[in-house]
Write a protein that binds this ligand. Structure first.
Ligand code: CTP
Length: 399
């Protein structure tokens, strides 16, 4: 997948900079066109000459030296890149990139490019685990950047801990996998529902739930990165839509979500219903604000249609339908019943009573139940990682 891909490799000033030599070499051997940008600090660890020879291209590092090959070097490289990889990525470059600081060739190129960005952090474990660094990494992730997580092992500061640059082979494999993934859903329409629906009681109040939309938004983002045409149908959510999302349909009530889903469903190849749908709605929506005149207030609720149940009945054999089950008890039993009753290809079950799992969290703890009775359990993972796992499982269904 790396053949003829134009990769801009940013090298920053960490002891692992020497490993970037092998990264550049492997990328080139795999057929990629490699352009190296070094920071001033990186040049203290490794020489430009090495990278010029390994990449077969001039090395960019100083903004001010006239470069003959490009008009404006950082803009030219930013435009040319199919992908940018910063390896090793120091705490400094991570924070600068997250904040949009552009004070040298590498940071200006990072800011000017529209190419996918990969960072491979490598640093002392305390620096890596520092909440400041973690927050910046989370910000980069939120903006769609990819983080190749550091390995654990011997660090230059003579401790055994997390912070090592992963082996060049692993980094190159991650890039290769990305290009593979970017093609996998090309030509497929993926319909994702996210966040909770809400049901009005009067012009001011509503019945709602705690869903933030994070899981569904992460799935939409991942599907888009894999080349799919994505339609995200979302209940109210404070999240920023994934960058570059083709279509976002905002709804409030279950009835609106149903209408939007049914109109997109017929030509969708993959449908993932991550939304927390309100099962009931007030029978009567008061035209005016309800006053607190009585000691008790009784709201009569009526049942909403079960959208997923309806989709399960309409589903054609080539369509893939995935549902979610958020439960507080009997997780597997309830999830299995929903999988069968709603005619799903698989169901993602999560026990929302577990810490850091379920609604309004960055992470989730899930089990995937398949039609053939298989149950896969996963450890506590970020919703972004889980989105990738869910899409991997969907692709496996079609192999
Ligand atoms: N769902 C839906 N329409 C509804 C309710 C749920 O499409 N009216 C979908 C959700 O998007 C989710 C799945 O069904 O993918 C499971 O939701 P859940 O509320 O757990 O299912 P219910 O069948 O409503 O089960 P329960 O008996 O627990 O209420």
């Amino acid at each position: 997948m790396l053949k003829d891909k134009k990769i801009v490799l940013g090298i920053t000033g960490g002891i692992a900079a020497y490993k970037a030599v092998e990264i550049a070499s492997r990328l080139r051997q795999a057929g990629a066109e490699v352009h190296v940008i070094m920071t001033k600090e990186a040049r203290e660890f490794v020489t430009e000459l090495t990278f010029r020879e390994i990449s077969g291209n001039p090395v960019a590092s100083d903004m001010w030296t006239p470069v003959t090959q490009w008009n404006v070097a950082h803009i030219a490289l930013a435009r040319l890149a199919d992908l940018m990889l910063v390896a090793p990525a120091t705490a400094n470059i991570i924070s600068k990139a997250a904040l949009g600081i552009a004070d040298d060739m590498l940071t200006t190129t990072l800011l000017a490019t529209k190419a996918p960005l990969f960072f491979a952090p490598a640093m002392n474990n305390n620096m890596y685990e520092n909440p400041v660094t973690q927050q910046r990494i989370a910000e980069l992730r939120e903006r769609g950047c990819h983080i190749i997580e550091p390995a654990s092992g011997h660090l230059a500061c003579n401790v055994n801990a997390v912070g090592r640059l992963p082996e060049p082979e692993t980094i190159v494999a991650a890039i290769d996998q990305f290009f593979q993934g970017a093609e996998m859903l090309r030509g497929k329409k993926v319909l994702v529902t996210a966040a909770g629906t809400l049901e009005p009681i009067d012009p001011v109040r509503f019945i709602g739930n705690r869903s933030s939309g994070r899981m569904g938004y992460a799935i939409a983002e991942e599907a888009q990165q894999r080349g799919a045409e994505v339609v995200l149908i979302s209940g109210p959510s404070a999240l920023k839509p994934p960058s570059g999302l083709q279509r976002l349909v905002r709804v409030e009530t279950t009835a609106q979500m149903r209408e939007a889903v049914l109109s997109e469903f017929p030509d969708s190849d993959i449908i993932i219903k991550a939304a927390a749908v309100a099962d009931y709605r007030p029978k009567v929506v008061a035209a005016n604000k309800i006053k607190k005149n009585n000691a008790e207030l009784v709201l009569e609720l009526e049942k909403n249609p079960d959208i997923l149940l309806e989709l399960g009945k309409l589903k054609k054999s080539e369509q893939i339908l995935v549902g979610f089950a958020a439960e507080t008890q009997n997780l597997l039993e309830y999830a299995k019943t929903k999988l069968e009753k709603k005619n799903l290809d698989f169901i993602v079950a999560n026990d929302i009573t577990k810490p850091d799992a379920g609604f309004n969290t960055e992470t989730n703890l899930i089990k995937i139940l398949s039609r053939d009775g298989r149950i896969e359990e996963f450890p506590l993972l970020s919703k972004h990682k889980l989105a990738a796992i869910i899409l991997d499982r969907i692709m496996m269904l079609r192999q």
